[in-house]
Design a protein around this ligand. Structure first.
Ligand code: ADP
Length: 550
């Protein structure tokens, strides 16, 4: 657990980079509205001066805007390319960029984890620092702000060695509860300190769920209280639950928020996600279907009743993918680039090179199935394990990329040995390999037990790789099942969570691939033609911001 320091400040910032980079973004930053911060502000003024320089990587494109400008603070625990463990990291990177194109001023607030690569750390510029009350006993903690501007988005990293100066973003709840109590409050305090009062504060998952609670309690008398809050659920499985005394101590929140309508859960627990859902002005989640599912006991993870109660402010907006990162015609990680007109030939070349790299038999006639995933029970891996021997028919290869539960890691290692040359288990996290599997595989498996949105099926489609998915959450909203009579659809689907149905879906895909290749090729091209960018979703978020700020 992070040690507390009573009435003392802790953790000084790392070396400050004072590189001067003056550009359009720097001017925008200097022109930001300065609002009065009332004296009731719980944050003391900084000792240090606010740096006027910012680090600017590249200029935002000129856009013609059709809606009024809105300012939005994104608060979340991970963001590509600084730190990413899953889809949340992708969204925290791509959505702010897409919102800039919708005439939004976006500032992303993140923890400054030690694991952020040095190439980004060295470009951060010191923006200021102050001390903040955190715990119930008034313990004070250092809050540093390190800034980095990139593609029109301002990234502010909350710096504190004690909470973020070691290890990976997530360790265990004993460490993570204090860390994210601190982060939620420090993020708001940093906005106040920088005098940047956004129209909207957009929080993501349980790690930022206390932000709306702090805003309506300890920050109620500050300039920030004019902002409206949105809490987006990326995965309801993770809620930040711990006993009330611990969360009450670390958060320093008043007793009345620990009641059953807000943070209290069960007899003696506090649930940070539950509190955030109660206090946020709007709740969103990452697909329409998941928004409905989480109001049922099976998918609600104990919060279905609470979500039904708040259903009037709950809505689903499906994720997109960032075409700058995920674009087969420019992706530098691929062996061969391709677009919709060259996919049929070039995919074969990508497949052969992938087979060579992974030590598989090189044969472009084989049906290569990919699986890129965290290896946890959410992802339907018990179904995959149950049927893998049934799909290994001599014409099929299977490539998995992922890390997670030992049970799944070991079973995939076992299958690699049992089907040498036709199964490859990459038990690792590797961005380059992920890109090459998306390009080289024929189909991508996503048989999840539940899937709030899912990005892998979207990326797969954009790379002309046909998804085979279970009809749940965002998978249901984004993959239209193939219809053999009308020759329409984008992929192969099954509904109930049963191994036999997954096997049936894979066999239907194989049947089309081996027996009606021209129909298969049309599915591939339809998938590549599908619009999956962030633009549509960003427009919906912008409309929501406009509604809220009205
Ligand atoms: P979740 O957020 O539940 O993990 P998503 O489908 O929303 O699942 O997002 C997963 C993201 O993480 C995708 O961008 C996928 O390519 C990436 N990913 C998952 N596992 C790996 C891995 N082992 N190596 C590289 N990228 C991975």
């Amino acid at each position: 657990m992070a040690k507390k320091s009573t009435k003392k400040t802790t953790s000084r910032p790392a070396a400050v980079n004072s590189k001067r980079a003056k550009s359009k973004e720097a001017e925008i930053l200097e022109d930001l509205p300065k609002k009065e911060v009332p004296t009731a502000d719980p944050v003391e003024p900084a000792v240090e001066e606010v740096a006027s320089e910012v680090s600017v990587e590249s200029a935002a494109p000129e856009e013609i805007y059709t809606t009024p400008r809105k300012s939005v603070a994104f608060i979340g625990s991970e963001c590509y390319p600084f730190v990413k463990t899953g889809g949340l990291g992708d969204v925290m990177y791509a959505l702010p960029k897409a919102l800039v194109k919708q005439n939004c001023d976006v500032r992303v607030i993140l923890p400054r984890y030690k694991c952020i690569p040095w190439e980004y750390q060295e470009k951060m510029v010191y923006r200021g620092a102050f001390d903040m009350d955190l715990c119930a006993d008034g313990s004070r903690y250092y809050v540093g702000i390190m800034e980095y501007v990139w593609d029109g988005v301002v990234y502010d990293f909350i710096d504190n060695e004690e909470f973020f100066g070691w290890g990976n973003p997530y360790t265990d709840l004993v460490q993570d509860i204090p860390k994210y109590c601190y982060f939620a409050k420090a993020a708001l305090a940093a906005l106040n300190y920088m005098d940047w009062i956004p129209d909207i504060i957009h929080c993501h998952d349980w790690q930022a769920a206390l932000v709306p609670v702090y805003l309506r309690t300890q920050f109620e008398n500050t300039a920030l209280s004019s902002a409206k809050t949105i809490l987006t659920i990326h995965n309801l499985r993770f809620q930040g639950v711990y006993n009330i005394p611990t969360i009450r101590y670390w958060s320093g929140l008043p007793d009345y928020v620990f009641d059953l309508g807000a943070l209290k859960s069960g007899y003696n627990d506090a649930n940070m996600m539950k509190g955030g859902l109660a206090y946020a002005n709007v709740i969103t989640t990452v697909s329409q279907t998941y928004a409905g599912e989480i109001q049922t006991p099976f998918y609600g993870d104990g919060l279905d009743g609470h979500l039904r109660y708040h259903s009037g402010k709950l809505r689903g907006i499906v994720n997109g993918i960032d075409y700058d990162i995920w674009n087969p015609s420019t992706d530098a990680r691929l062996y061969e680039n391709y677009d919709i007109s060259t996919v049929l030939d070039k995919k074969k070349e990508n497949k052969r090179k992938l087979q060579e790299e992974l030590g598989l038999f090189q044969d472009d006639q084989k049906f290569v199935i990919g699986l890129i995933s965290r290896l946890t029970n959410q992802k339907g891996l018990d179904l995959v394990n149950a049927i893998l021997p049934n799909i290994m028919d001599g014409n099929t290869q299977f490539v998995v990329l992922g890390t997670g539960d030992q049970m799944y890691e070991n079973s995939f290692r076992y299958y690699e040995g049992a089907y040498k040359g036709n199964v490859c288990s990459n038990i690792m996290y590797d961005e380059t390999r992920a890109h090459r599997i998306y390009a080289g595989a024929d189909a991508l498996l996503v048989p999840s037990l539940f899937e709030p949105c899912g990005l892998t099926q979207l990326i797969a489609m954009h790379y002309g790789t046909v998804p085979i998915v279970r009809e749940t959450g965002g998978l249901k909203d984004t993959v239209i099942p193939y219809n053999m009579f009308s020759n329409t659809g984008n992929g192969f689907t099954f509904d109930r969570y049963e191994a036999g149905l997954l096997l049936d879906a894979i066999n239907r895909a194989k049947d089309l691939y081996f027996n009606s290749r021209w129909c298969w090729d049309e599915v591939v091209q339809r998938d590549m033609d599908k619009v999956l960018s962030w633009e549509n979703s960003a427009k919906q978020y912008k409309e929501l911001y406009l509604d809220l700020a009205r």
